[in-house]
Design a protein around this ligand. Structure first.
Ligand code: ADP
Ligand code: MG
Length: 261
């Protein structure tokens, strides 16, 4: 450790923790390898930038509210390749649909990896620098209808402005008029300006029935679903039952062939 207190204090005041952390290592490296001044400085600036990017990513991930985080690194693409094609998921993971402000609908039976898949897409979007908000539809609606008007308005403003809004378990239950109107405000504000992802255990044609007023329901689905990228499957295999059940010693399904649930 060298005596560079003055420099370290200044780095603290300048809020450059990545550079401060890397300093001793880079100094040693520079001496051992005879680095040029410019090379040395450039390495230190890279260290600072890496550190800033990491802390901004951590902030975006926290703000997204994933709860348990899921990533594609933990995802077995072969398991449900027929229902959730690996190629489509990998395309979505590039987040070009977010850049194009397109929506995504992922529908299929429980346990096949819908939530995992959309959380992993959200994770990729955070890595790409997008602001993401992940909510179960139930949680979002209860936040939007919170008794505290301030809180409800804050949540609505946030849900409107994020680059990627992920509503998990859409069309889980019937909505009341207020909930439907709030969803309309959200869908209308985001249309063509930001991406929304919906997952559901029900096929989109069943979604009309959850709205109290077919006109509002039609307007919402028109905005959220009509032009969306759709992956709708009836035959995914339940990872929860087949793999996680097995790990726990529960009932397992021997066949690995896709099956209709
Ligand atoms: P769904 O939302 O379709 O009901 P989940 O995404 O919650 O299903 O998946 C159920 C469980 O199985 C989760 O713990 C998830 O991480 C895991 N899982 C699902 N599909 C895969 C997969 N292809 N690879 C690894 N884990 C998976
Ligand atoms: Mg789910």
């Amino acid at each position: 450790m060298e005596d560079h207190h003055h420099l370290e204090n200044n780095l603290k005041r300048l809020k450059m923790p990545g550079l401060a952390r890397a300093l001793d290592l880079r100094l040693r490296e520079a001496r051992e390898n005879d680095l040029g001044y410019l090379e040395f400085l450039s390495l230190l600036i890279d260290d600072e930038m890496d550190s800033r990017e990491n802390s901004m990513l951590a902030k975006r991930l926290k703000a997204a509210g994933f709860g348990v985080q899921k990533t594609f690194e933990q995802f077995d693409f072969r398991f449900n390749d027929e229902a959730l094609p690996a190629k489509t998921l990998r395309d979505l993971a590039t987040c070009s649909f977010v850049e194009q402000h397109r929506n995504l609908v992922l529908g299929g039976p429980p346990g096949i990896g819908k939530t995992h898949g959309v959380k992993a897409i959200g994770h990729q979007a955070c890595r790409a620098g997008y602001q993401v908000l992940f909510r179960s539809t139930q949680r979002l609606l209860s936040d939007l209808c919170a008794d505290s008007i301030e809180r409800a308005q804050r949540e609505l403003a946030r849900a409107i402005k994020v680059d990627l809004l992920i509503l998990d378990d859409f069309a889980f239950r019937s909505l009341n008029q207020k909930e439907a109107e709030l969803l309309y405000v959200l869908a209308d504000a985001r249309l063509g300006t930001a991406s929304t992802v919906l997952t559901s255990n029900r096929p989109p044609e069943d979604w009309y029935a959850i709205f109290p007023d077919p006109v509002v329901g039609g307007a919402i689905l028109d905005r959220m679903v009509s032009a969306a990228i759709k992956i709708i499957t009836t035959k995914g295999r339940s990872y929860r039952k087949e793999v996680m059940g097995k790990a726990k010693g529960g009932e397992t399904v021997a066949s690995t062939a896709p099956r209709v649930q």
